[in-house]
Design a protein around this ligand. Structure first.
Ligand code: APR
Length: 236
């Protein structure tokens, strides 16, 4: 029998125990920064230096943190599960990739990439970015922006994500508050197909918890490895 395919959605909660802040918890990023100023195209047009400083701080954090057991367990699931395991993350950090996940879509973009508004090129970027930098593809100065999906912009990879949700047998949502669409709507999308098992793994019930057939609550570094062990043990 062919193993069912799995789609996993992750959010900031999975990286919390690696040392990266979530957005909406009491000590979260949106308690300290104005979302309108640093995460909208209008905010970037108003004050690019402020937006660059915000993402530069976050980019500088990447080499100081490591994947935790939850990231590692999802990479193990992809490796050992006989069917497809597609990981869709809202996170812009690189911890899933560094843990070994390869079938991975960053629907909200990536901190380690920048995009040129003049020529459209997308390039890796390790250090700080400023309005004085030139595009390495077309040499335009001041045209680079973080390759991040801001509020009001369309998330990346949506056709591939929706097709995978349509055909999956298991949908897992990990470490996300279920408040930001379209990701918050994935569980309802899956349930309208009526077939897939839906499971939330989160520190506490998310806004969308009642939409899931099953919920497991606890820190990701504990509940995710245990859930992956169970799935793999079920293979027999
Ligand atoms: N283990 C599991 N879950 C955790 C942990 C943990 N150790 N710590 C916190 N959480 C949970 C919180 O309870 C919360 O439900 O993670 C969730 C994080 O929610 P948000 O901060 O809203 O993050 P996220 O859902 O990823 O946000 C979605 O909003 O602003 C944007 O673009 C940003 O991609 C982000 C999107």
């Amino acid at each position: 029998m062919r193993a069912e395919s799995i789609v996993i959605l992750t959010g900031a909660g999975i990286s919390k125990e690696s040392g990266l802040d979530t957005f909406r918890d009491a000590d979260g990023i949106w308690a300290r920064h104005s979302l309108e100023d640093v995460a909208t195209p209008e905010g970037f047009a108003r004050d690019p230096d402020l937006v660059h400083a915000f993402y530069n701080d976050r980019r500088r954090q990447l080499p100081t943190v490591d994947p935790n057991p939850a990231h590692v367990a999802l990479a193990r699931l992809e490796r050992d599960w006989p069917g497809r395991v597609l990981l869709v993350t809202q996170n812009i950090d690189d911890l899933h990739r560094r843990a070994g996940s390869r079938d991975l879509l960053h629907m909200h973009g990536e901190l380690s990439k920048v995009r040129c508004l003049a020529c459209g090129a997308i390039m890796q970027w390790i250090g700080d970015l400023s309005a004085r930098d030139a595009c390495t593809a077309c040499a335009t100065v001041g045209s680079l922006r973080p390759h991040i999906v801001w509020f009001g912009e369309v998330p990346l990879h949506m056709p591939e994500i929706l097709a995978a949700l349509d055909s999956c047998g298991l949908f897992l949502s990990i470490g996300t508050s279920g408040t930001v669409y379209p990701a918050a709507g994935f569980v309802s999308h899956v349930r309208t197909r009526g077939r897939a098992r839906t499971v939330e793994l989160n520190l506490e019930p998310s806004h969308g918890a009642s939409l899931f057939a099953e919920t497991v609550h606890g820190p990701a570094s504990q509940v995710v490895p245990a859930f992956v062990d169970e799935l793999l043990a079920g293979l027999g």
